[in-house]
Design a binder for this molecule. Sequence first.
Ligand SMILES: Cc1ncc(C[n+]2csc(CCOP(=O)(O)OP(=O)(O)O)c2C)c(N)n1
Length: 563
Amino acid sequence: MTAALPISVHEPAVQEEPMGDIVARFLADIGVTTVFGVISIHNMPVLDAIHRQQRITFVPARGEAGAMNMADAYARMAGSLGVVITSTGTAAGAGAGAQVEALTAGSPLLHITTQVDRPFMDRDRAAIHDVPRQAGMLAAISKGYYRIWEARGTIGTLRAAATLALAAPRGPVSVEIPVDVQRERATVPRHIALSRTAIVHPAGQVALLADLVGAARRPMLWLGGGGRDAGAAATELVERGFCAVTSTNGRAVVPEDHPRSLGAFNMTPQAQAIYRRADLMIVVGSRLRGNESLNNEMVLPAPLAQIDADAGQGGRNYPVDLFIHGEARPVLEELLALIPKKLNVDPGFGHEVSVARASSEGALREQLGPYQVVADALRERVAAGAHPFVRDVTISNSTFGNRYVAIAAPHLGVHALGGGIGQGIAMAVGAAMASPDRKTIALIGDGGAMVNLSELLTAVEETAQIVFVLMNDKAYGVIRNIQDAQYRSHYAYSALRTPDFAQLAQSFGLPHRRVSRVEDFAGALDAALAAPGPVLLELDMTAIGPFGKSFSGPPAGAAGSAM
Ligand SMILES: Cc1ncc(C[n+]2csc(CCOP(=O)(O)OP(=O)(O)O)c2C)c(N)n1
């Protein structure tokens, strides 16, 4: 008698699939749940597969710039990979300004764009949608750039791109997929997962930093966006005796209301007096940006130490006594292990910092005039409600939104770090998609709103939980103030025809309320926060009147204005 052979039925490890399906499966397998973009003939194989597979929510934006801003804000809010899919040529170009913002802010973004068919690519043969030097454009605005030449390379290339985007220092990575490659089929592995890369900082360096800390009586931390993951360690350093200050991108790395922190009041005369008193500053993951350091001429404490995940940033903007190439969290954790539980620091310094902070806030309030009421109403609600707070480039944000209105955690603040107006509406949509349980508050201007108005429709279509607070002065207010200050009030090109926002919102199906008296703002804001879906809350600044003191850009260092 012969024993029956066991019959083994098993799935083959690999099977042939259309390339678009491979891309869609890759994204879902690595945990992507939401993708933003605009459909086009050159990306339809991928978007068709995303739709068929039903594992990912695709948010159709009205334009590529908006889609890019949405993916960027989503990534900042979720702390994970943001994904945007565009088409080749004009479409990839339309997203470029917004991708520059993602690059500036170090957002982990995967930009999947396309290319014409391979025989026409890079040859200036006038194929539709072609731009002959697209690769150069993408390389210039990306942390990394890849092209998928053949479908069998899809997984390897996408994995490399996503890993690079997520590795510190994070940033947007672009991948071009020629449309004929998207139509190919290939066999690729079935089980996909991403590995993470980490920087191992050199041994012995943190001990040198600990020596500096041991010798300091008034040590400070300057915390930037690179410190966002190091909140617990940074806050512990503050508890042990450090004082802190943050950049705009590093807001809330230590709690913004901590008595030993200047918050983001980082350039006031009071802050500068504190820097002159401090005897050590450790700069953690910050570029010390021009508009936050008087173009690097603001005097910072000595010695100055710097921790950064980007080796090339070492000493770039300020000469430093010690540079540690590493990631903020492991470096600060090692530092904590090397220093005492209570530092031997000047007991009065924390008090000086509290006074400087209060005095900076008081001076700011003076400048606001009637808008104190608006600033206070937002300040009372944003952190308490853990609302995501998205900010365009406006007078209201450059004065109070970027520092006076506290946020509850670093990821809850999204701001156009590169200074480009018009990104707030789309960023609010991306933030809201990442945070559906909390109402996102977006503080925007009428000038910025006009740039990407169409994305209000995306907000309506997605029932995004957003209150848009629109500061409508019917002008490019910042520009007008600069014209007052530097151009003898010659108002060239700064007046702005804006639509009747009530009518516009009605046609969009977007609830709208106009506030013409500041006293009505807090109540209107509460009603908007309580309403489902997006709401447009317009402040009629022409009725309310001007700020107490005009804001005409951050004070400039010798290199000129930083606006
Ligand atoms: C993309 C881009 N274009 C132009 C500018 C120059 N700019 C800086 S502020 C500003 C005005 C913004 O107007 P608005 O949104 O109404 O805000 P307000 O200044 O009135 O507070 C302009 C045009 C810019 N920063 N970014």
